[in-house]
Design a binder for this molecule. Structure first.
Ligand SMILES: [Zn+2]
Length: 491
């Protein structure tokens, strides 16, 4: 996400930061304007191996080392079909969710993340009614599961979602994570490091990527916006129904849904990536620097290689944050959130965070360090200064961030998303660049997201790969930058 300017802190001059994601088509999904329904992939008759088109969503799920209470490695979500209706006059969400998942081990129950604020009226597994219990943020479905078998859970539920407290001191997290409702009864979501559970039953962990289809219903002329591609848009009986399809697997924290009174504009990058900007119907069609989105993609493609997804978009909502939600970044309606620098940052996350995603929250520096470094490169270019000088500027306050919230790779769990995970790792990349040289450094930047497309990785996998690719022994170098409480010396 974007690194917000912190009032009274060391970061008054700091840039923002957010996250983004990847691409690939699937044979079972209807695409194009004629598609009006989203077929749900169903379990095969004998509950055997999943069909090939869901294999892209297979992950090695794990329990989180920082926030172990959220997510469960027993579940490998493959596809979420979320049919959501929003009633602005009552702030009521009415939903039917179909979750197709793979069990990773034998168990007596299905564990998911879901907030008790929403009432479940019906639940089935593979078509048969099941009992369940919800307590706090935990949903337990009383149905045994067998390793490697695939299941389809269907839930009907309704209520007014409540956002959840964020494990963060950031001002833009003050209203919590998950589903938010504005004074005008519009809605938006921001859910890093978690919060999907405030509005759907999820394995709400970055190690578990899944495909998504959305059917979003709201009184016209309002509309629902989500990740991916708009596959149909109809208005009937005073109700607007939009269907969206995300063709590449996404972690739950990279999912976005908003209901509101929107207008949208279509743009395109020089390489042909379709880009859409969704924003308030009453304002400018391209607020802030959103018209810069194609150039942001162009600039990043020159450094990182082809954009890793089929489409890009910007969704402008009424908050103070910014998030690299996959293929549809969610940006607050403020000059800073809608600046070109933040667009570069959030678009950069599509290579670093979205197509390759940290498998554990202790590695969120893998997202923010590189997005921040790329943002710094872009800013230095704009300012006509060497990147080394930009890094000197950042180094002036980096040690304070590290002291306040911990080392980037072992941060204080109560201070998620603080400046420590952004600036220290950005400085580390500059040091690596000076150490291995331009050619090898930029090969590392381009090759890692391409090699890991639509996957997750942890730091061991990533750092070993960098050592192999550069031929350098770097374990002490990375340990110093990621785990020391003091900033290592810079060359
Ligand atoms: Zn970011």
């Amino acid at each position: 996400m974007r690194r917000g300017a912190r009032t009274g802190g060391l970061l008054a001059a700091a840039a923002g930061c957010l996250l983004l994601a990847a691409c690939g088509g699937l044979s079972w999904q209807p695409t194009g304007p004629g598609a009006t329904t989203s077929p749900v992939p169903t379990s095969s008759p004998d509950n055997a191996a999943p069909p090939g088109d869901l294999a892209i969503a297979h992950n090695d799920t794990r329990a989180d080392s920082v926030y172990p209470e959220i997510g469960d490695p027993l579940v490998d979500a493959l596809h979420y079909d979320l049919d959501l209706a929003w009633a602005p006059d009552t702030d009521r969400l009415t939903a039917t969710e179909t979750l197709t998942f793979r069990a990773t081990a034998d168990a007596e129950r299905i564990p998911l993340d879901f907030n008790e604020q929403l009432a479940i009226s019906s639940a089935t597994v593979d078509g048969a009614p099941v009992e369940l219990a919800v307590a706090g943020n935990d949903l337990t479905v009383a149905h045994p599961i067998t390793a490697e078998r695939q299941y389809e859970l269907v839930l009907e539920y309704a209520g007014t979602p409540a956002s959840a407290p964020a494990p963060s001191a950031r001002s833009d997290f003050a209203q919590g994570v998950g589903w938010s409702i504005t004074d005008e009864h519009e809605t938006w979501t921001l859910q890093e490091p978690y919060g999907a559970f405030t509005w759907y039953a999820a394995n709400d962990h970055p190690s578990d990527k899944a495909l998504y289809d959305f059917t979003l219903t709201v009184p016209a002329p309002w509309a629902g916006v989500a990740n991916g591609v708009l596959t149909s848009s109809t208005t009937e009986g005073g109700r607007s129904v939009n269907t969206w399809h995300l063709a590449e697997p996404a972690s739950a924290y990279l999912v976005t849904v908003a209901f509101g009174d929107f207008q949208h504009t279509e743009l395109e990058s020089a390489s042909g990536v379709p880009i859409q900007v969704w924003t308030d119907a009453d304002g400018e069609a391209l607020p802030g620097d959103t018209s810069f989105a194609p150039e942001a993609i162009d600039w990043l493609e020159r450094i990182l290689g082809p954009y890793p997804f089929d489409s890009f978009g910007v969704l402008v909502v009424d908050n103070d944050s910014g998030m690299e939600t996959q293929t549809m970044v969610t940006l607050g309606d403020s000059p800073y959130s809608l600046s070109a620098a933040v667009l570069v940052h959030e678009a950069a996350h599509h290579w670093y965070g979205d197509t390759v995603t940290p498998a554990d929250w202790s590695d969120v520096w893998m997202n923010e360090g590189m997005a921040m470094y790329l943002q710094g490169m872009w800013e230095a270019e704009q300012e006509g200064i060497p990147i080394a000088r930009k890094m000197d500027d950042w180094a002036a306050f980096e040690s304070g961030l590290r002291a306040a919230a911990g080392p980037p790779g072992a941060f204080d769990p109560a201070q998620f998303g603080d400046g420590n995970i952004y600036y220290g790792p950005a400085l580390m990349w500059q040091e690596l660049r000076e150490r291995v040289g331009e050619k090898r450094f930029f090969e590392v930047l381009r090759e890692w997201p391409a090699a890991q497309a639509n996957d997750t990785a942890d730091r061991t996998e990533y750092l070993d790969w960098i050592e192999d690719t550069t031929g350098e022994e770097l374990s002490a170098f990375f340990d110093d930058w990621l785990l020391d409480r003091a900033t290592p010396p810079r060359d």
